[in-house]
Design a protein around this ligand. Structure first.
Ligand SMILES: CCCCCCCCCC/C=C/CC(=O)SCCNC(=O)CCNC(=O)[C@H](O)C(C)(C)COP(=O)(O)OP(=O)(O)OC[C@H]1O[C@@H](n2cnc3c(N)ncnc32)[C@H](O)[C@@H]1OP(=O)(O)O
Length: 384
């Protein structure tokens, strides 16, 4: 099921906001600027790096203006949030002449297309994977590797992490497993553009498949049989925070923060946090985080029991990895059996909580509150 979901979700990043897929005209009577325009449309399809939704909306708007003139479509309804964002972008251009729009489109594309970008090669460069999995000294390290996007988790990354956990749970050479982030963030949580790739079944289908993926993903953490450690190298948001309640140890840099702004996003708790957080820190503190979105410092999170230990950022990597190397030399079977003893009474409950939270979120994702929050983020009207 999981693999099927991913195949369904794995679309080019350029499709995120319904990137205009255009037919090239070949008329010999075209003027030079029309040719430049067509070349630019071609270059867009060859971009290796996702330019981001803001730029894609600008490109969409300029393309429409250049080809059709000022926005002439009825305004889409509030719930049709992708088309509304596109309509807003096009409408905002007003009465810009077609020629100017065409030139602006060409200029914008050329600013995105250094010569290496437009070569048409699509091979992945080493280290360019969004999730990097390495194994050394009995430690399997799963590193989120989208530093420019603050390690926001895409659909494909959920699947890759899930597959890595399944594989390492069966690998006799792997004693402990670590989740960490590359760059200044641990993770900014769910990639909000996950919501923007609407399949033919529309937002209802997105919400349904998203809910199944979330449930499968969190189930994998609940069932993970060996010591699972989070090395929280920087700020953590959303699902990157809630999952910590399912880890066996959480080591944090003193630069890390812990933030679950679910209500602000029109969403609700996931990762079993509606159960684990009140248990870990008591209902009063859990409610401040999960309902009111209070952000904790690393030291506060440690005082609440969510973090095992905080280290100065300057020595964080050195100290933590030295400790983990020592832990990975401990007898693996004793650790596995102890984990089973500590965790097994809770598993059934956690699976039930996960199912409930995933169903609740399915409904939330269809709500106006949630859609507005995502539109605001994608159109850069809001940030956390
Ligand atoms: C219905 C479909 C469901 C899909 C399947 C999902 C299955 C599981 C769902 C589990 C649900 C989880 C809930 C959550 O995790 S809620 C938390 C969501 N995260 C956020 O709301 C964070 C949003 N980001 C921000 O507020 C800020 O970016 C920041 C993290 C505070 C950092 O701010 P800063 O000023 O330092 O940096 P920038 O904003 O300039 O960010 C740099 C670039 O990174 C992009 N970015 C960052 N975070 C995200 C994100 N979560 N999603 C998408 N993109 C993100 C940001 O846009 C910048 O990109 P740009 O350079 O192209 O502009």
């Amino acid at each position: 099921m999981a693999a099927r979901l991913v195949r369904r979700w794995c679309l080019s990043p350029l499709q995120v906001v319904g990137f205009p897929v255009v037919q090239l005209h070949t008329s010999r009577t075209m003027r030079a600027s029309q040719k430049d325009f067509e070349n630019a449309m071609n270059q867009v399809k060859l971009l290796k790096k996702d330019p981001g939704n803001e730029v894609k909306l600008k490109l969409y708007a300029l393309y429409k203006q250049a080809t059709e003139g000022p926005c002439n479509m009825p305004k889409p309804g509030m719930l049709d949030f992708i088309n509304k964002a596109k309509w807003d972008a096009w409408n905002a251009i007003g009465s810009l002449p077609k020629e100017t729009a065409r030139k602006n489109y060409v200029d914008l594309v050329s600013s995105l297309s250094p010569s290496s970008e437009s070569s048409g090669r699509v091979d992945k460069e080493p280290g360019s994977e969004s999730v990097v999995i390495t194994s050394e000294d009995g430690i399997t390290k799963i590193m989120l590797n989208r530093p420019a996007q603050k390690n926001a988790i895409t659909i494909q990354m959920y699947q890759e992490i899930l597959s890595a956990l399944e594989a390492t749970s069966k690998d006799d050479n792997s004693v402990i497993t670590v989740l960490t982030g590359n760059g200044d963030y641990y993770s900014s949580g769910n990639d909000l553009t996950n919501f923007t790739n609407l399949p033919p079944g529309g937002i209802e289908e997105v919400a349904k498949t998203g809910s199944i993926l979330l449930r499968d993903f969190v189930d994998c953490f609940i069932d993970f049989p060996k010591p699972l450690i989070a090395v929280v190298n920087g700020p953590a948001v959303g699902i990157a925070v809630t999952l910590l309640g399912l880890f066996d140890a959480v080591y944090a840099s003193d630069r890390a923060t812990f933030h679950t702004p679910f209500t602000q996003l029109g969403q609700t708790a996931e990762g079993c946090s509606s159960y684990t957080f009140p248990k870990i820190m008591g209902p009063a503190k859990a409610i401040e985080m999960l309902i009111f979105g209070k952000k904790l410092t690393a030291h506060e999170a440690c005082a609440q029991g969510l973090v095992t230990e905080v280290f100065p950022d300057s020595t964080f990597q050195k100290e933590v990895w030295a400790r983990l190397k020592a832990y990975a030399k401990l007898p693996p079977n004793a650790m596995r059996i102890s984990k089973e003893l500590i965790r097994h009474n809770e598993k059934e409950k956690l699976h039930a909580v996960n199912a409930e939270e995933s169903t609740a979120l399915q409904g939330r994702w269809l709500s106006e509150e949630c859609m507005n929050a995502i539109i605001n983020f994608l159109s850069r009207k809001s940030k956390l």
